[in-house]
Design a protein around this ligand. Structure first.
Ligand code: 3NM
Length: 220
């Protein structure tokens, strides 16, 4: 996939695992896709998360939905699982395996996403072969237990101005009310968990977020 095609896919990047869902994750993803998400990350993490075969089986089902919809399926952190289900990519945080090692393992055809909290981490990720950056937490979030303190949108501006040219999404505490400013700061899209997965109507939530991102991009 070209960098510009990947940039397009970053517009509304939905992330979840079974612990983030109030109903069957397969149904949540089906609805989110119907609402217009442009990328998906399977993040099966935290207390009560699926292990072993159940983890693999859910990954397979979600992978298939993404394939049918033509949106990238990214696996969080678990390289073996990503390879097993032939994911389109892998996403790693700063506490996971270093980006350059992951790149060595996955080769050049798989997408590599890296989380960064500040300019220094973003620069290292760019040097180590990241294809896109997830910058956060921008706002306070209750979804990630070990999340750092919220940085605000200034860090997105700094990284945008540094000119690495990598597609980038903001993450952490993003909802309909603040999606606009993430794009205005220079991100290519927004990445959310609870704004979609905890919604009573994941399709409507995704659709409204998608429209907000589109409108903010058009106003750039
Ligand atoms: N990573 P919500 S914040 C998975 O800062 C994740 O890298 C973050 O969930 C980071 O959209 C976060 O519900 C949680 O706030 C995002």
């Amino acid at each position: 996939m070209t960098r510009e095609a990947l940039r397009e896919h970053m517009q509304l990047y939905f992330i979840m695992g079974s612990v983030n869902c109030k109903e069957d994750p397969v149904e949540v993803l089906r609805k989110a896709i119907a609402g217009g998400i442009t990328c998906f990350q399977y993040r099966e993490k935290g207390k009560g998360s699926l292990q072993g075969h159940a983890r693999y089986e859910l990954a397979q089902k979600l992978r298939q939905l993404c394939m049918d919809a033509g949106i990238p399926f990214i696996v969080n952190d678990d390289i073996n699982l990503a390879i097993e289900v032939q994911a389109d990519g892998i996403h790693v945080g700063q506490e996971d395996e270093p980006a350059f090692r992951v790149r060595e393992r996955i080769g050049s055809s798989m997408i590599l996403g890296v989380s960064a909290y500040n300019l220094e981490e973003a620069e290292r990720a760019a040097q180590e072969g990241a294809d896109y950056l997830g910058i956060g937490p921008i706002y306070p979030t209750g979804t990630k237990e070990d999340a750092k303190s919220a940085s605000g949108t200034g860090v997105i501006r700094l990284i945008h101005q540094a000119g690495y040219g990598l597609p980038m999404v903001g993450i952490g505490g993003i909802h309909l009310s603040n999606a606009w400013e993430i794009i205005q700061a220079g991100a290519d899209g927004v990445s959310v968990i609870s704004a979609i997965s905890h919604s009573a109507d994941p399709q409507a939530a995704a659709s409204a977020l998608y429209t907000a991102v589109q409108e903010s991009c058009a106003a750039q």
